[in-house]
Design a protein. Structure first.
Length: 289
């Protein structure tokens, strides 16, 4: 079934115009998708369609400073507290608590929202290759990629080559035109990533330092929960998972072989299977018309 998403906008507490898209019956169980840092909502394209086709109401967000959402005036306004408040504004408009699915920064946003909001704001959570205790080496590699090429690219092929160098295990597509969804053409004719360069100045380890401790006291608000881990990831370690399980004893872990940090892109079919299986076991879907 072909589904056409509806674009919508809303205002953040500090006045930013933020963008998302939604698809599926509004009365069906809601699923909110949140991309990782330096990505856009388009990274969830395949997953969004698959989940909506199973009868869920899917909301797919461009985080502040990314994609079609406005940029913050200050780097400090990219902290998890602001991202979580943006998410809570979307949740507050829903008739019931949604399932939160977040990759990397999006997963931390989900945990921050659950840990800081009053009451139960999620009916379940899927964390995509992220835990509060992030491996420093992997985080530094991501930041190096995000801070590289400050002058952008002359062609889309140059951008595709940069992505291939960052993720050599993923085959480079024959047609790279889809990469334009993550790029913007600036006044000088160069192609630059579709996110605010100031974002990387706000990514600090202390953003997640107390997150695990807070979750220990609110872990019952994150049930059911699943972590989808890429077995080639340099972000999530066994120690990081063990610490998270102290906070969330009910946590399910789904390991994806031959996938790195960008699981949905590396192994999209397997990722979709894991998410749909989780939803099918825990969240009853609506009827697809």
């Amino acid at each position: 079934m072909s589904i056409e998403p509806e674009i919508f906008t809303f205002r953040s507490k500090d006045g930013l115009l933020l963008t998302g898209e939604r698809v599926g019956a509004p009365g069906a169980p809601a699923v909110i998708l949140m991309h990782g840092g330096g990505q856009t909502r388009h990274s969830w394209g395949g997953a969004m369609r698959e989940i909506a086709n199973r009868g869920y109401h899917v909301i797919n967000l461009d985080a502040r400073g990314h994609g079609d959402s406005e940029w913050a005036e200050s780097p400090e306004h990219y902290a998890l507290a602001y991202l979580a408040d943006d998410l809570l504004r979307v949740i507050s408009e829903l008739p019931s608590a949604p399932v939160l699915i977040g990759a990397s920064m999006g997963g931390l946003t989900a945990l921050q929202c659950i840990a800081s909001a009053p009451g139960r704001v999620a009916s379940g959570a899927v964390l995509v290759d992220v835990v509060p205790r992030i491996e420093r080496q992997g985080a530094e590699r991501i930041l190096r990629f995000m801070n590289a090429n400050p002058d952008g690219f002359a062609t889309i092929e140059e951008a595709a080559e940069a992505v291939s160098r960052y993720n050599p295990n993923r085959p480079r597509p024959k047609n790279v035109d889809g990469l334009m969804k993550n790029l913007r053409k600036t006044a000088d004719g160069r192609l630059r990533w579709h996110w605010d360069p100031n974002l990387t100045r706000s990514l600090r380890a202390d953003d997640t330092r107390n997150l695990g401790w807070t979750l220990q006291h609110r872990g019952h608000f994150v049930e059911p929960a699943m972590l989808v881990r890429g077995m080639h990831s340099d972000i999530v370690s066994d120690d990081g998972i063990a610490e998270l399980k102290i906070c969330l004893p009910q946590l399910e872990v789904f390991d994806v072989a031959a996938a790195g940090h960008m699981i949905a892109g590396d192994k999209n079919d397997i990722f979709n299977f894991a998410v749909l299986d989780f939803l099918g076991r825990h969240i009853a879907a609506g009827r697809v018309p």
